[in-house]
Design a protein around this ligand. Structure first.
Ligand SMILES: Cc1cc2nc3c(=O)[nH]c(=O)nc-3n(C[C@H](O)[C@H](O)[C@H](O)COP(=O)(O)O)c2cc1C
Length: 308
């Protein structure tokens, strides 16, 4: 029987997960909302909804729409702000039993650093995940996740204030060369990479002649993006020496193994949480059963063993 634990090396303190199945930011609330559906301590780790320094109201409705093989969202990182999270939500989470990863969102490197400092001081926060796909940045309107120099600046700013917490940088697929981005943030001090965030997309209604989202464009997620995500994880894992967490369209234990096969140490599950709120809890059992059937006894024997 496989020992499901996963250690993500790097940083002053490696991040140890109960198993490779984490939840993806923005799709699992702050975790507490899912307690009616399963035991949170069963999960590998919980990545909470994106946090900003000040509360954010998010974008106008409608801000989510279904597509034949996934969903579009332009929620706009609505949240109550980091102080509310630290005071009210974090104490309700079983952080001693399951690693809680804070997902950070800010509009300039200084603000990212401030946010990192607040969260680094919290014992209940196991690691910081940096969302570098902010569309409203001060410096020339570039998107952090698309410019390697900007991505490196944000990574450095967070790393400087993160203390001993591991820093995970979440990469955007909306780039020409994701391996180049990955190397830039690795060089800037990232301990772990996660990929991918959503792909830019849109949907329209021919009857109303309106876009499906008030924001017109949004992020595409779900099974439609899995092949893109696998390709990104494969390219990134080959390009860097730090661990990679795979994200994108996971809906089964087989999908998890696909991401590990192309080089991921762990995965995050997003859109599937909206389809079945108990999905991730079952996925942990399904994964253990699948490993048993396939005779996989150690993650190290399987990870990155794709034959090309
Ligand atoms: C409604 C919604 C909200 C999201 N909010 C965040 C967020 O706050 N921060 C972030 O880094 N990613 C966010 N994401 C991206 C997901 O964490 C994940 O990277 C993406 O959905 C791909 O995984 P999936 O195909 O399993 O959903 C959000 C995705 C959705 C669908």
């Amino acid at each position: 029987m496989i020992d499901m634990h996963v250690t993500l090396p790097g940083g002053l303190h490696p991040l140890t997960l109960n198993n490779p199945v984490m939840t993806a930011s923005g799709t699992f609330g702050y975790g507490v909302e899912f307690t009616p559906y399963g035991d949170l301590t069963k999960l590998g780790g919980i990545v909470v909804k994106g946090l900003s320094l000040a509360p954010r109201r998010g974008n106008p409705m409608p801000r989510v729409a279904e597509t034949p093989c996934g969903m579009l969202n332009a929620v706009g990182l609505q949240n109550d702000g980091v102080d509310y999270f630290v005071r009210t939500t974090l104490p309700k989470l079983p952080w001693r039993e399951v690693p809680i990863v804070a997902n950070l969102y800010a509009c300039d490197p200084g603000e990212f650093g401030e946010l990192a400092a607040v969260l680094a001081a919290e014992e209940g926060v196991a690691a910081l995940e940096v969302n570098i796909s902010c569309p409203n940045v001060k410096e020339g309107g570039v998107i952090f996740g698309q410019d390697p120099r900007q991505a490196a600046k944000v990574t450095e700013a967070v790393k400087m204030r993160a203390g001993s917490k591991p820093v995970i940088v979440k990469l955007s697929p909306n780039v020409t060369d994701i391996a180049h981005m990955a190397r830039a943030v690795e060089d800037a001090g990232a301990d772990v990479l996660s990929c991918i965030n959503t792909l830019t997309g849109m949907g329209v209604d021919i009857n109303t002649r309106k876009p499906l989202l008030a924001n017109v464009v949004g992020g595409l997620s779900g099974p439609a993006i899995k092949p893109v995500a696998l390709r990104c994880v494969w390219q990134v894992a080959k390009a860097v020496s730090i661990p990679v967490i795979g994200i994108g369209g996971i809906t089964s234990a087989e999908d998890v193994l696909e991401f590990l096969l192309v080089g991921a140490h762990a995965v995050q599950v997003g859109t599937a949480n909206f389809i079945r709120p108990d999905f991730v809890f079952r996925l942990v059992d399904d994964l253990a059963a699948l490993c048993e059937r396939m005779g996989i006894e150690q993650w190290d024997d399987f990870r990155g063993t794709l034959k090309v």
